[in-house]
Write a protein that binds this ligand. Structure first.
Ligand SMILES: Cc1ncc(COP(=O)(O)O)c(C=O)c1O
Length: 477
């Protein structure tokens, strides 16, 4: 008889599990003293790892010890209170425990029948969350639409495009491919790169994406330019299939006019996809919903609780007004997945809502976040990020070496040194290299700018003030 592999006993699992949670709590406690951006050089981490896997199993403690020795120096600390780069990728204690439980359950939720709870908790949680964000009732699962958790907003945008092609082609796209309709997709010059990637993956090619000019002040899509581009394409016999609108662009947090752009899209039968990957979750606060005005008539909407809203990556919440377009594009039923529940038509099989088949129980972590923080707790979190960003903007205005590039958008502030691009980039790099804080950059209308995105769950006013002092010192040269 072969030997049993050396699985941990239940007692060992408990002991190591407690040690792993202790490690995380200690890691968080140590962050304040660590450089935010990793100072590792290429190859530094790899050099500390043996060339091959161990032949005989080692105690789990050995791996925990290597986290501090090998891994931590090679980390940029996204949960650091002075992480202000990109957008936050917040974890939180509740989300981590939810995620851990999901791993422990280890169920695949590809179809309802493979674990009904995976599907039904997800449906309920997304209905709750749609309501919490003030999204239209049509997006709820008890109407013609519904929500699903995708891994990322990029996948959501890709799925939206496939649904749009399905609808516009009357189902031809899934059977015969794209044909010669000359499909065209529209987004502003500030649209996230996942739009072009979606067009590439869908087989349309990057040239199918029309990059529409933005208003130089607001960086929001120029409606006249959008209308002109759509009409010029139609005149040439091309077919508008989807308009992608940003409710919070990556570079500056710009808000496209969903009402005006939606009207133009609908007049030409195009699908309206709203990408609110970062800013959408702010709508848990009724006073931060203005940027979603017009979402009522969108065909699909995505926002990422895994950015600002405390839900450990990955958790991208995606809703469609008409789920038939999405499942029409993506459903496929091999013999080995046939089952009575699917045939009954009474259940949702989420494998038809995204490209992949297998799916983990991601709803648990969002459920844990919604239940333990409650909507009030989540609102406090969002409001604190917005208030700290307002403080940053005041600090920028009060120092005449600096200037705001755009008006602050929720918890994102974009600014620069008046003295020029080189000085702006040098000041940011000096702060990042010092490890004191971590900021990222962009270009706006061809000029360099620093992005400071507040919203990490451990950031306080003192962290913002300390970061500002570091920037001022860097500006002094
Ligand atoms: C507006 C916007 N859309 C999409 C994305 C892509 O998000 P994901 O990493 O979930 O694909 C981002 C990432 O920052 C974003 O800011």
């Amino acid at each position: 008889m072969p030997h049993q592999p050396p699985h941990m006993s239940p007692e060992e699992f408990r002991r190591h599990g407690h040690a792993a949670i202790d490690w995380i709590a200690d890691y968080w406690a140590s962050l304040d003293d660590l450089p935010v951006r990793s100072q590792a050089a290429p190859g530094d981490v790899r050099r500390l790892l043996p060339a091959s896997a161990p032949k005989a199993g080692e105690p789990f403690d050995a791996l925990l010890a290597d986290l501090d020795r090998v891994v931590v120096p090679g980390l940029t600390h996204w949960q650091h209170p002075r992480f202000f780069a990109y957008f936050p990728a917040n974890s939180s204690p509740a989300a981590i425990l939810g995620d851990l439980i999901s791993s422990g359950i280890g169920a695949q939720g590809m179809i309802w029948a493979t674990s009904p709870a995976v599907t039904e908790v997800e449906q309920a949680v997304l209905d709750w969350f749609a309501e919490a964000l003030g999204l239209p009732a049509d997006f709820r699962s008890d109407g013609p639409g519904g929500g699903v958790i995708q891994d990322t907003a990029s996948t959501a945008t890709f799925s939206a495009l496939l649904a749009a092609l399905h609808r516009a082609s009357g189902g031809e796209a899934r059977r015969h491919g794209l044909g010669d309709a000359g499909w065209r997709v529209y987004g502003s010059s500030q649209a996230h790169s996942s739009l072009v990637k979606a067009a590439m993956m869908a087989g349309l090619g990057e040239d199918a994406v029309r990059s529409i000019a933005v208003d130089p002040e607001t960086q929001a899509i120029d409606l006249a330019a959008l209308e002109a581009a759509v009409e010029a394409d139609v005149e040439q016999g091309l077919t508008p299939v989807m308009v992608h609108l940003a409710a919070g662009s990556t570079s500056t947090g710009a808000m496209d006019d969903l009402v005006g752009a939606g009207r133009i899209a609908r007049a030409h039968g195009a699908w309206v996809h709203v990408d609110a990957a970062w800013a959408g979750v702010a709508a848990v606060c009724p006073e931060h919903r203005a940027h979603l005005a017009g979402v009522e008539s969108a065909d699909s909407f995505v926002t990422n609780p895994h950015k600002w809203l405390l839900t450990t990556f990955d958790c991208s919440t995606f809703w469609v007004r008409d789920r038939a377009a999405l499942t029409g594009a993506l459903s496929i039923l091999p013999e080995y997945l046939r089952n009575a529940a699917t045939e009954s038509g009474e259940v949702v099989d989420y494998r038809d809502w995204h490209p992949q088949l297998g799916r983990r129980f991601r709803a648990i972590k969002l459920w844990a976040v919604l239940r333990t923080y409650g909507l009030e707790g989540l609102r406090e979190h969002v409001r604190s990020g917005v208030a700290l960003a307002a403080l940053v903007a005041d600090l920028v205005r009060a120092d005449d070496r600096f200037e705001l590039v755009t008006e602050p958008s929720l918890s994102l502030v974009v600014f620069r040194l008046r003295s020029g691009d080189e000085q702006t980039m040098a000041a940011m790099e000096a702060v990042n290299a010092s490890g004191e804080a971590y900021l990222s950059h962009t270009t706006v209308e061809g000029r360099a700018a620093i992005r400071l995105a507040v919203g990490s769950w451990r950031t306080t006013r003192a962290d913002v003030e300390r970061t500002w002092r570091a920037l001022q010192a860097a500006a002094d040269g």
